[in-house]
Design a protein around this ligand. Structure first.
Ligand SMILES: Nc1ncnc2c1ncn2[C@@H]1O[C@H](COP(=O)(O)OP(=O)(O)OP(=O)(O)O)[C@@H](O)[C@H]1O
Ligand SMILES: [Mg+2]
Length: 436
């Protein structure tokens, strides 16, 4: 019966205040018979699960969506997208575009041919190249484009089970969250393991011959995931204890991309190449020629699986990373382009920031080249570009908002060198100097 417009649900017995129809979708005020919203929801869910319609529609939706995704994300389209953000690294952009497209294809094949014995194998990818050359940036842009779950995990934060730190399962758990806790989606996602070189065995050729069980343990753990296994983990924030419910994800169809700088691998490659050329083995003194960027670029592209093993990656893992993708060191011209060309180029970003204060920002060509030169000196690839400009822009960004009238700021080579402060001009001056 109605008391203050509230009715008792005939199923759960709860009293519900009915302000709109949705509060009690089934209701006969005359008899007082009613079913509340949450009971209706429960019944609906029960029917769906019982009949399996939920999973079937989801699968069908995904299957038809996959067709669209395949048509939409052809390799040349993915590369064109990456081109907007990443300068140079043509080979790497191609490899990743094909890897992503093939990942879609494998999923489609799987769904179209359930249980087929001739399923398509996945090709995990390893990306290497010097610091600040665009590895992480490229993957993060790729993840924005692809309509599948994608999670980045820092491999250097992983530890062997039982040690302090994150277990390797964390990589899958991150993907599970990226997939909005949908296990089916998780099982088709892409995991990017960044800083992968940091878990190299210290006893690799590159290092001293001390045992390094921690890192090798992490590699063994990762190996299981790469091979495809059921990984179990608990929800975030729940420490592993027997009662915590676990989530099970099969990694068989997850695409793994691992990346890192692999500092020093060029020396391993150089040694091998020299040995191949001359037949002289290790130990013979050869002067290193890896001092120029072009030599570095030439060598890095010749990397072979055995070089990775010498670096300290266990052979079983190397064997499961069939696609090797190498990135180049960026020279001054490339850095100059990175400053201005990409959609999110630092210069464009500062222009937009200052435009919001009615100010037109101008960089002289020589100033930009000076920024690139300084970045080369700092040896951190494109990473230091933004910092160098930020230093110069600090005073400008502090002073500009004090006034509202339109102005323009000119950044010269001397500003970048720290020899003079950026000049701020009233905009009228510009119109008298340069007639439109
Ligand atoms: N080829 C490139 N084109 C455009 N921007 C780039 C390029 N390379 C690097 N950058 C920019 O430089 C910054 C650092 O690059 P990124 O983080 O990708 O380096 P990385 O290769 O992952 O280095 P590390 O090995 O040290 O992790 C990013 O902000 C990125 O936007
Ligand atoms: Mg990185």
């Amino acid at each position: 019966m109605a008391i203050d417009n509230s009715f008792r649900c005939s199923i759960c017995g709860r009293r519900v205040k009915v302000q709109s129809r949705a509060d009690m979708p089934v209701l006969d005020p005359a008899t007082g018979f009613g079913i509340c919203k949450s009971c209706i929801k429960n019944i609906y869910q029960y029917i769906e699960e019982e009949e399996g319609t939920k999973t079937r529609t989801k699968k069908n939706n995904f299957n038809s969506r996959l067709g669209d995704l395949l048509a939409k994300n052809k390799p040349h389209v993915i590369k064109e997208y990456l081109d907007k953000f990443i300068i140079m690294q043509e080979h790497a952009k191609k490899i990743l575009s094909v890897a992503a497209y093939n990942h879609y294809k494998r999923m489609k094949y799987d769904l179209d041919n359930p249980g087929a014995e001739d399923e398509l194998d996945k090709s995990n990818v390893i990306i290497m190249g010097p610091t600040g050359c665009g590895k992480t940036a490229m993957l993060s842009h790729l993840s924005k484009l692809l309509d599948i779950p994608f999670a980045v995990t820092d491999a250097s934060s992983l530890t062997e089970a039982g040690f302090v730190g994150a277990d390797v399962e964390v990589a899958v758990r991150n993907l599970y969250y990226a997939a909005n806790k949908d296990i089916e989606k998780t099982e088709r996602g892409i995991i990017y393991l960044d800083e992968f070189d940091k878990i190299a065995r210290k006893s690799g050729e590159n290092n001293s011959i001390t045992a390094d069980p921690g890192h090798e343990g992490v590699q063994q753990g990762l190996l299981k995931m790469l091979e495809g296994s059921a990984v179990e983990f608990t929800e975030r924030g729940q420490r592993k204890h027997p009662e915590a419910p676990t989530i099970k994800v099969n990694t068989k169809n997850i695409l793994f991309i691992v990346g890192g700088a692999f500092v020093g691998i060029e020396k391993i490659i150089e040694k091998r190449v020299h040995k191949d050329d001359t037949g002289i083995g290790f130990g013979s003194e050869i002067p290193s020629k890896v001092d120029t960027d072009s030599k570095f670029n030439e060598l890095i592209h010749q990397v072979r699986p055995e070089d990775l093993m010498k670096f300290g990656i266990i052979p079983e893992i190397v064997g499961r990373l069939p696609v090797i993708c190498t990135l180049e060191k960026l020279d001054e011209d490339a850095l100059l382009r990175i400053l201005t060309e990409p959609t999110n180029a630092p210069v464009k970003q500062y222009e937009k920031l200052l435009a919001m204060d009615n100010v037109k920002l101008e960089f002289e060509e020589a100033a930009l080249r000076q920024v690139a030169k300084l970045a080369i000196e700092r040896k951190t690839g494109a990473r230091s570009l933004k910092g160098i400009i930020e230093d110069v822009m600090l005073d400008v960004m502090f002073d500009i908002p004090k006034h509202a009238e339109p102005r323009r700021v000119v950044i010269t080579e001397a500003c970048i060198k720290g020899e003079e402060k950026p000049q701020i001009y009233p905009i009228e001056e510009e119109s008298t100097e340069e007639p439109a």
